[in-house]
Design a protein around this ligand. Sequence first.
Ligand code: FES
Length: 133
Amino acid sequence: MPTRRHVIGATAAVACGAALTGCAAGEPGPAIVPPGVKGKVIAQTADIPVGGGLVIDKWKILITQPAAGVFKAFTASCPHRGCAVGRVANGIIRCPCHGSEFAADSGKWLKGPAGAPLAEFALKVDGSGIVMV
Ligand code: FES
C-alpha cells in the first residue's frame, strides 16, 4: 500500500522523455514499471473516483478511472521537465508547472510544452485491488 498519496478531484506517469527513447509525440510508449511494484496491489479501486485519478507518490504513478470500471496507470512525471502531474478533470490530466495536458484514458499528449505522452503502465484489477503487472 502506498505510504503517501493524493486523491485527485473527480473533475482531474517513467515518461518517454525521462526514461525511454524512441517515443513518438502523441503515442504513449512502453513504460518500465518502477522496481518493487510489479505484482503489488498499489491502490484500491474505491480510491479512484470516476473521471478522476490518484497519484501514488512513492512510485510516481498516476491511476485514472476515465469511465466506470476502466482503470489506467501512467507515469506521474511530466515528460516536459518532470513535474508531478496533478489535476484530472473532464478526461484531461494537467501538469501544474507549465500547463501541459494529457488524455486521462490514454496518456496522449494534448497540448502544452511536453510534446510527448505520459507512458502507460500495465495493470490488472484483482478483486478491489489495482495490481501492477
Ligand atoms: S513540467 Fe509539465 S508542463 Fe513543464
